[in-house]
Write a protein of this length. Structure first.
Length: 360
């Protein structure tokens, strides 16, 4: 009897905790704060469009948006918090025109929306500022990409979003740094799940990246990027494509990618360890001057070739890996045929010399 009473008491506490949690995530909790504007709903004083509320707000205002479909192309030029009632029922729809959301002010927070239907060459969210957080949204069915940057972007967090059915999932270009891409599901995008270039000191962690048409993650001209604890699977090309340096790739599951699990091309001084790399044509492929990389303690299993090293990739440390049921474990290319880049440089030099000769 005492045990039954105690269990009922625990159940009551649990119920009250859950009830309090849901209550705190609704309007009742928002009413505790000042400087809140409301969009939608039936109460007097609510705005009918999100952009009207942004225009009427000041820095550090909160804008709460009720369920509904809002056909808008938003521009954030003030530091505000934008919160939707329910990401499955609160839509910002670009109506097939331009970018859906453009973030041009620092310190923006966007949460709990479905953001979709940009123009063909546009994005769901464009970030042109610093210190922004994009959290717990569905970013889907946009043109060029789900989330992208166009200018210098620092100290931004993209976390707990579902990003799918865009051309690119996340496309960060130009000079970005201190970017955190964490706990997202990035799937069914036409090209790369995540593509980043000319960026540094950022992390890609605990994401599920699957069923993307090209690479799961692509890095070009990046430095000091950490990629850890992700699941990267069923990419149409490679799980990871690197043309970068000082990348840390640890504790990922990289499986069932059509070509290569981890492809290093002119990528140097990276640490690749404690990963599960399975069911790819090549588990790891090092080519064109990739050197100074450490591949240790990886589980390389059931690939056609476990690790392939081209003739122009040297001085790499490959040790203490587990190889199981690969057709071949490690292949060192002994071919003397120069890589594509060397051939291209030679041909380019010949054309330059011919052009200079005829110019004279």
């Amino acid at each position: 009897m005492k045990s039954t009473t105690f269990n009922l008491f625990l159940a009551l506490i649990l119920f009250m905790s859950i009830f309090t949690f849901f209550l705190s995530n609704g309007k009742c909790d928002l009413e505790k704060y000042e400087n809140i504007l409301y969009v939608g709903g039936s109460e007097s004083g609510n705005y009918s469009s999100i952009q009207d509320a942004i225009n009427a707000s000041f820095s550090n205002y909160t804008i709460y948006v009720y369920d509904g479909i809002y056909y808008e192309n938003l521009v954030f030029n003030k530091s505000v918090f934008l919160i939707g009632a329910d990401k499955y029922n609160t839509y910002i729809d670009g109506n097939g025109i331009s970018d859906v959301v453009v973030v041009s002010a620092d310190n923006i927070y966007i949460s709990n929306f479905t953001i979709k239907n940009s123009g063909v060459s546009n994005a769901g969210i464009v970030i042109k500022s610093n210190n922004c957080s994009i959290e717990e949204n569905l970013v889907c069915n946009n043109g060029w990409c789900g989330i992208k940057t166009e200018e210098i972007c620092k100290n931004c967090t993209i976390t707990k979003n579902s990003i799918n059915n865009n051309d690119y999932g996340i496309f960060f270009k130009n000079i970005s740094s201190n970017i955190i891409i964490n706990e997202n599901t990035i799937s069914n995008n036409t090209w790369d799940g995540i593509y980043i270039d000319y960026s540094s000191d950022s992390s890609i962690t605990r994401n599920i990246i699957k069923d993307n048409g090209d690479d799961g993650i692509g890095l070009s001209f990046c430095r000091n990027i950490t990629i850890s604890n992700n699941t990267i699977e069923n990419s149409g090309d490679n799980g990871l494509y690197l043309y970068s340096s000082k990348t840390t790739i640890n504790e990922n599951i990289i499986v069932d990618n059509f070509e290569i699990g981890i492809f290093l091309r002119n990528s140097n001084n990276s640490d690749i360890g404690w990963n599960i790399i399975s069911y790819n044509k090549k588990g790891v492929y090092l080519t064109f001057l990739s050197k100074g990389n450490n591949l240790i303690y990886n589980n390389v299993t059931k690939n056609s070739i476990g690790i392939y090293i081209s003739i122009d990739a040297g001085f790499n440390n490959i040790s203490d890996n587990i190889f199981l049921r690969n057709s071949e474990n490690v292949v060192q290319d002994e071919s003397k045929t120069p890589g594509f880049e060397i051939i291209f440089m030679v041909i380019s030099l010949i054309f330059i010399l011919i052009w200079k000769f005829y110019k004279k």
